[in-house]
Design a protein around this ligand. Sequence first.
Ligand SMILES: Cc1cc2nc3c(=O)[nH]c(=O)nc-3n(C[C@H](O)[C@H](O)[C@H](O)COP(=O)(O)OP(=O)(O)OC[C@H]3O[C@@H](n4cnc5c(N)ncnc54)[C@H](O)[C@@H]3O)c2cc1C
Length: 480
Amino acid sequence: MWVVPVCDWQRWEVILNGFLKGGLALGGAVVALGALRRALNPPPRYAPWEKPRYEEFENKVLVVGGGFGGFTAAKQICERIKDREDIGVLVVAKDNFFTFWPMVAGIVSSDIDSRNVAQPLRRALITAGASFRRASLRKVDAKNNQVTVDGGVEFPYDHLVLSLGGLPNFFGIPGVEEHSLTMRGIEDAEKVRNRVIERFEEVSLMRGEIPESKLTFVVIGGGATGVETASEIYNLVHEALEPDYPNIDPHRVRIFLLEAMDHILPELDPSLRRAARTRLVNQRIEVQTGAMAEEITADCVKLKGGETIPTENVVWTAGNRPNVAIEDLDDLPVDEKNGINVDEYLRVQGYHNIWAIGDCAAIPDVTSENGQIIPPNAQAAVQEGKALAKNIVAAIDGREDELEPFEYKPLGQLVELGSDFAVNEVMGVRFTGTLAAIFWRMAYLTRLDSPQSKLHQMADWVLGFLVRPAVTSVRGTSEE
Ligand SMILES: Cc1cc2nc3c(=O)[nH]c(=O)nc-3n(C[C@H](O)[C@H](O)[C@H](O)COP(=O)(O)OP(=O)(O)OC[C@H]3O[C@@H](n4cnc5c(N)ncnc54)[C@H](O)[C@@H]3O)c2cc1C
């Protein structure tokens, strides 16, 4: 007997529709992912075979320094000249990454990964249309419009921008340079973390009386960097290390924050200062104001007035100064304390084609009546970079009357004290606590330049919320 197959069209139709819908959804997802990938990986302005050499451009802008000031200036100039072929931009910097300073302190507790703080310069600059060379500045020859870098390599310029940043200031206090760690970079923050871990390892091997100096950590300087560093040391000790070193009594660890002035965080409103101090005290951080360090030795900090704190672990955050490299630049008007003197258009005094911004420049505050200088901070450097880009393009085009005086507009201050507390002032609004900490994270996450860093850091923070941090010091990267 023949069996005639019965065709259940309705069933087939349902299956076919399912396939079609699934295919459409998959296709849509592939197209969307492709668009996202293209948005996250914009092609460079010039294909490698099309790009003229920097020296071949009619107008050459040389930016020395690739930090907040130099990087912003270079990117903004490229943005303004993207339809022009007559201006070439070259950035020369000592590092091939840009340090995202506000996140540096977070490296101490491992709340922030160093690779997310080091923002790659090359990719961003090449994409924008600029060139990049990693080298340190050696000499500026203003007569011949030429700069010399490592190895005697020379670069010509029509306009030169100097944005070399700052360095720690030790104020000549005996022993500071020899016996303290600084917080002037990613490696420094890693050294502070490694020092704390090494002390824990050392103490866990000791028998008998443990010298107080081993587990006493002293941060000198009550500005934002000092406050954040002390808080991060607390987090490292009590959140990451304490459970992993059961033979060390955590109450033996003492963290001091010393400030020579009468209050910490002088740049903040008194209500925020009080909130920050209460938080530090709750973290058992011993805050001493009016405490002036007179000498630092291998095993103590001596304070003015005679008090001595036994410690083998000092972190110095108390002072900054312009990069000393500017002092070797012949003939430029340099004020050792504040930096290269520039006019209100950000042009170095006495030079029509040399400009300076950021922490290495003494920029007059046009809004102040008593001739104040603009404070050295990241938001000022970014605003200066933007203003400079506009002025430099106007100067190249001979539109001197269109140069605009730089006016700094402070947007606020954000200071994080651990992952769940911050004190913020944003456009006059003050807030503290966990919401402020979330705001701190979102604000800085969006400002990271590299999309990879944004995604990595976001994932790290989510993971850090779920899993207690486990930290180690890799021998070889440790300073000891
Ligand atoms: C730990 C820390 C935390 C901070 N946190 C904040 C914050 O939260 N908010 C804020 O507003 N400000 C903060 N600041 C201040 C802020 O980082 C600086 O004001 C800002 O980076 C200044 O920008 P800049 O371009 O002048 O210098 P930088 O950003 O430091 O860049 C300097 C550039 O110059 C290059 N360079 C240096 N020497 C040479 C040389 N000899 N030759 C060639 N290149 C050279 C460097 O490689 C770098 O590319 C912080 C500073 C520190 C140290």
